[in-house]
Design a protein around this ligand. Structure first.
Ligand SMILES: Cc1cc2nc3c(=O)[nH]c(=O)nc-3n(C[C@H](O)[C@H](O)[C@H](O)COP(=O)(O)OP(=O)(O)OC[C@H]3O[C@@H](n4cnc5c(N)ncnc54)[C@H](O)[C@@H]3O)c2cc1C
Length: 450
């Protein structure tokens, strides 16, 4: 079988490795327009914050690795056209400008996403940067060395992580967010207040409810960020306003959602049976709602990529969907989340409610302990767990994973209230905090039904 893989970061790399592990005889050609593969964007904040020394450590595979497995890897090759009827692709060798045509039996579309650049006046200023690729990361790092005041536009997880990195490296940092909270895809407003307080305690200037309307330069060569409320001056601006699926090549040829993300079935197959797609280019099945959604995360990309590599040989392994489970470390705290926030559950039309648990993670008689806050979101009609948000100095990221599995397995608050969990005073109380937050939800429901 002749397989063409277009784009090779996480989804593409996972697909190629999976195919060649299971079917080493497969003829695979990878076309990648960048000069590297497998770059972990999550390492950008770590590198800027000097937690990791070398940005190059953020690659976990190289073109040579894939070639050693048996793939033909065409770096700096930009795919310009795909003809799904003829099963052909056309691409440009970006070094020689030669046009190359190729054919496929199966195509794996892993072209990912690009930064959603808002159509704002002045955005093409050289001191306004985007943050995703290795080249962009290098540019941000080099440019930030020269400048003191950095402004981040967008309070999603990337914006918040970058704000921390710069605050830790002696920059003056401002964060401008159009909504009334940060991290709105992951946490509710009450949890966001804790995050905003933490940012402010660490000298990040946070501006909520401010929509950027334009960029300019003043007489002193500062970048002026104009918002619906004010003008802010800065030396450098980093725009972190989300991602858009990069799927132009297949427009009109496979089904897409209204934002242009490719719709795939549970075998990662598109509406064209010979084209599979994975990662940021396509939708995911979001288990808490049971509906397709766009959630550009590396977690989804590697799973879908590997599954595409399995399923091009037949409908072999289904994609289990996602809870978009995520975590970040911020000034020594862990903020972790999984599934739906209460606000998103209610706006999806669910009869949802939430409880908040606030206590020490292990007994006060231990030499040290830390407070943790857990918000558990559930469906009042069928008592299914819908989501959770966790905030603590203690490591609670793995607890978000546990609740993710509960959502995946359709557990109720009653299940979690008594689910088997270890007890040992080094780690928790006789009932683990996840049991306890669920017991709180059960008690709330009992009270309301009286
Ligand atoms: C700063 C930052 C931090 C992040 N942190 C996390 C995190 O902690 N956890 C997490 O799960 N996710 C995180 N993400 C999201 C994660 O990086 C993405 O979900 C992931 O990169 C998606 O992988 P992908 O392979 O689908 O697509 P992409 O990474 O977008 O890669 C697509 C590839 O396709 C190539 N390509 C595109 N078009 C063409 C073409 N026409 N011809 C040839 N090649 C082409 C591109 O050059 C690129 O290499 C983060 C993202 C950013 C920006």
């Amino acid at each position: 079988m002749k397989v063409v893989v277009v784009g090779c970061t996480h989804a593409g790399t996972a697909a190629v490795e999976q195919i060649l592990q299971d079917h080493p005889e497969t003829e695979i050609t990878v076309y990648e327009r960048d000069d590297n593969i497998s770059f972990l964007s999550c390492g950008i904040a770590l590198y800027l914050g000097r937690k990791v020394k070398h940005l190059e450590d953020m690659f976990y595979a190289s073109p040579k690795d894939l070639e050693a497995l048996g793939a033909k890897v065409k770096m700096k090759h930009d795919v310009l056209k795909i003809d799904s009827k003829k099963k052909t692709i056309m691409c440009e060798d970006m070094k020689t400008h030669e046009i190359i045509n190729d054919t496929y039996d199966k195509l794996i579309m892993t072209t990912g996403s690009y930064v959603a650049v808002p159509p704002i006046m002045g955005i093409s200023d050289t001191r306004i940067l985007m943050c995703k690729s290795y080249a962009q990361a290098r540019e941000i790092y080099e440019t930030a060395k020269e400048f003191k005041h950095i402004t981040i536009v967008g309070g999603g997880y990337i914006g918040v992580e970058l704000a921390e990195s710069y605050a830790n490296t002696d920059h003056e940092v401002s964060l401008i967010q159009s909504r009334n909270q940060v991290l709105n895809n992951y946490i509710d407003q009450d949890m966001s207040e804790k995050v905003v307080d933490l940012l402010k305690e660490n000298k990040v200037n946070v501006f909520l409810n401010e929509r950027v309307t334009g960029f300019d330069r003043d007489d002193d060569d500062n970048v002026v960020i104009e918002t619906n409320k004010d003008d802010h001056k800065s030396d450098l601006v980093i725009v972190c306003t989300g991602f858009v699926a990069n799927t132009e090549l297949l427009r009109g040829q496979v089904e897409m959602d209204r934002h242009g993300a490719i719709i795939i079935n549970e075998y990662t197959q598109t509406s064209d049976p010979d084209i599979y797609a994975a990662g940021d280019a396509c939708t995911v099945n979001f288990n808490p709602t049971g509906k397709p959604a766009y959630m550009p995360l590396a977690t989804n990309a590697i799973r879908q990529g590997a599954l595409a590599g399995i399923n091009i040989f037949g409908d072999i392994k289904k994609y289990m969907g996602t809870q978009a489970t995520s975590a970040m470390e911020l000034f020594g705290y862990t903020i972790a989340s999984t599934g739906l926030t209460l606000e998103h559950a209610l706006s999806s039309g669910m009869n949802a409610d939430a409880v908040e648990y606030h206590d020490y993670y292990r007994p006060a008689y231990m030499p040290t302990t830390d407070m943790l806050t857990i918000k558990l979101v559930y469906n009042k009609d069928n008592r299914l767990i819908l989501g959770a948000q966790l905030f603590s100095k203690h490591e609670v990221a793995q607890s978000a994973n546990t609740i993710s599995v509960c959502i995946q397995n359709k557990n109720t608050i009653d299940d979690l209230a008594f689910m088997d969990m270890l007890f040992q005073p080094n780690y928790d109380n006789p009932f683990n905090y996840l049991n306890l937050v669920a017991q709180q939800a059960v008690a709330k429901e009992r009270q309301e039904r009286k």
